[in-house]
Design a protein around this ligand. Structure first.
Ligand code: UDP
Length: 234
């Protein structure tokens, strides 16, 4: 298998690490994801990762909490996932380092763009935790931002669904599955691929998005080698 990309940004949602249990971190799923990332590294693909936090916490305002605080808690949740993935990758013999957008030097490096790039050039995996460090953003926006900063060619969006559909396929069995889309179509059709801030950032910086299911055996590899799985947005 020949990779078609030199440097990729892999976005893994929190739920993708939770597996069937839907909450927390599933050892089995984390192990499967780590093995797939190792395969990419063995092919020489430079891999940066952004992890979500939805398996622990999602920011939303409530009677007892303002939105910014809830969002900061969400960012802390992403750090737990980042550390779990870092550990799993290191155990699989892949050198991986977490960089966080909120400083917590005892457990991870603070985000530093040039340091992250030099780690990628040395074929180390860099995992970005704590989102952008700012409330009112998402980890999808983080993925778009870090992909632009790292000069990645594509965002590999590993999801719990296997592609982009016209409607929720679990609710509507007639939902249409898309092989490819333009950014304009995503916006016009109001497709829930990623939030608009993230999609606009990708469009403006010429970064493609490849959406596919994380569950399928070898799917990350297939996406990197240009196989026709999921949906490509350009
Ligand atoms: N978050 C934030 N700023 C960021 C990234 C994330 O405030 O730059 C918070 C936000 O509350 C979000 C939570 O972290 O709901 C977890 O991230 P996300 O929902 O994107 O995770 P995913 O759905 O990918 O698991």
């Amino acid at each position: 298998m020949e990779p078609i990309y030199k440097r990729v940004l892999l976005k893994i949602s929190g739920e993708a690490l939770a597996g069937d249990q839907k909450f927390g971190i599933s050892d089995e799923t984390t192990n499967t994801v780590a093995k797939q990332i190792k395969e990419l590294c063995d092919l020489g693909v430079e891999t940066a990762i952004v992890v979500g936090g939805g398996n622990f916490w999602r920011g939303r305002s409530s009677e007892n909490m303002d939105r910014a605080t809830a969002d900061y808690m969400g960012m802390l949740a992403t750090v737990m996932n980042a550390l779990a993935l870092e550990s799993a990758l290191n155990i699989h013999g892949v050198k991986a380092r977490v960089q966080t957008a909120i400083e917590m030097r005892e457990i991870a490096e603070p985000y530093a763009r040039m340091k992250a790039i030099s780690r990628l050039e040395r074929k180390e995996v860099v995992i970005f935790g704590a989102g952008t460090g700012n409330p009112f953003f998402s980890t999808d926006t983080t993925a778009a931002l870090r992909a632009a900063e790292m000069d990645a060619e594509v965002i590999l969006l590993a999801k719990n669904v296997d592609a982009v559909y016209s409607d929720d396929p679990e609710i509507n069995p007639n939902a249409e599955k898309y092989d490819s889309l333009t950014f304009k179509e995503v916006v016009d059709k109001d497709l829930k691929v990623m939030d608009l801030t993230a999609a606009t950032l990708c469009r403006d910086n010429g970064i493609a998005i490849h959406v596919f299911g994380v569950a399928g055996e070898g799917n990350i590899m297939k996406a990197v080698c240009g196989e026709k799985i999921g949906t490509i947005i350009k």
